[in-house]
Design a protein around this ligand. Structure first.
Ligand SMILES: Cc1cc2nc3c(=O)[nH]c(=O)nc-3n(C[C@H](O)[C@H](O)[C@H](O)COP(=O)(O)O)c2cc1C
Length: 331
């Protein structure tokens, strides 16, 4: 059983924080499809203390999303401490500190994975944030800066000593950015070095890989990022698989379209028109991937700005595919 504060879940499947992807609508959809824990996109600590609207908005969530963690990033301990207090006022279930972002703009300010090169600073930030809030604090990090400076075991030990409640490990180095093979071999070593829960992350995009992570590396949870984009049902498929059931490889067509419609409607409910439709565009290719004539339809769907016309076009496409399926043509 994995425990973070009051959260107790056996083998949790966690939705990764993803900037510009894991907004409220996407998190709710993933939750409805079985995600156990979700994270907000990362929120800038400097933005929060300046009361920046964009940063404040990113922290909004619905009760349906619980348990949820607000992820913050920064490199200044005072800003991190203050921003943790601001995040706490939103009453999430926990606060996560980003120690893994590879992006230049973030790293150049000393935040994200740059903290892996300055463990004294990391420690100071953890101590300040932990003493400033009553909420559990977790961290999400990488194996190290590059393959010659892997320090994940040391980082996990520091985190535990400071009072961090759980650690998520993206099993790549900062140098690898999002590419190359993750090295999962460190997971078991970290597990045997600390008592806090360890959540594995990095290219876990099939139920088989996720089951393997629980069994082979003994991790407490698995975090899924890109594997959930256009495929939020991966959480339910994985649960079935972990419970020894056969899971459906391909989401049935009607269920897939139901998911698309529900996500789109949620997006519009939360953001209004046309923003909710326009911002939904980035999910379309993922949802339609592998379907007959998907690239032409996707290009067409990119032009819509209002909800009802795009829903109507989706209905027509679904009907077209169902008719093809009925006469035995590929869909
Ligand atoms: C578009 C995108 C945005 C991301 N934004 C964040 C973020 O805000 N905070 C964070 O900790 N990681 C972020 N990540 C990294 C993911 O959380 C995750 O660690 C990474 O994608 C590896 O997991 P995956 O292979 O399952 O996608 C982002 C990744 C992507 C693809």
């Amino acid at each position: 059983m994995m425990k973070i504060g009051n959260i107790e879940i056996d083998k949790p499947l966690v939705l990764a924080p993803m900037e510009s992807v894991t907004d409220q609508a996407f998190r709710i959809i993933c939750k409805r499809f079985g995600a156990d824990i979700v994270f907000t996109e990362f929120v800038s600590s400097e933005g929060l203390i300046r009361d920046c609207r964009k940063a404040m908005r990113k922290m909004e969530f619905d009760q349906e999303e619980r348990p949820i963690g607000i992820q913050i990033y920064g490199s200044n301990e005072t800003s991190m401490e203050k921003s943790a207090q601001i995040a706490e006022s939103m009453q999430p279930d926990f606060i996560d500190i980003n120690c893994g972002c590879w992006v230049k703009n973030v790293v150049n300010t000393g935040a994200g994975s740059a903290l892996l090169k300055d463990l004294k600073k990391l420690e100071k930030i953890l101590v300040s944030v932990i003493k400033s809030t009553r909420l559990p604090i977790t961290i999400k990090t990488r194996l190290g800066w590059d393959k010659n400076s892997i320090n994940i075991v040391e980082v996990a030990k520091i985190a535990e000593q400071c009072g961090v409640s759980a650690i998520t490990i993206h099993c790549r180095t900062r140098d690898q950015q999002m590419k190359g093979e993750p090295d999962y071999s460190w997971l078991a070593l970290v597990k045997s070095s600390v008592f806090i829960p360890v959540i594995a992350n990095g290219s876990f995009d099939t139920p088989e890989k996720i089951k393997h992570a629980f069994e082979k590396f003994g991790v407490d949870g698995v975090m899924i990022g890109r594997g959930a984009i256009g495929k939020p049902w991966i959480f339910l498929q994985t649960k079935d698989y972990l419970n020894g059931k056969i899971y459906k490889q391909n989401m049935e067509l009607q269920n897939r379209f139901r998911a698309i419609r529900e996500h789109l409607e949620l997006s519009v409910k939360i953001k209004g028109e046309p923003k909710g439709v326009i911002e939904f565009r980035k999910y379309i290719s993922g949802y339609l991937s592998g379907l007959y004539d998907a690239s032409r339809i996707r290009a067409e769907l990119m032009n819509y700005k209002e909800l009802h016309p795009i829903l109507k076009r989706l209905d027509e496409y679904e009907e077209f595919l169902l008719e093809r399926a009925e006469v035995g043509k590929i869909i």
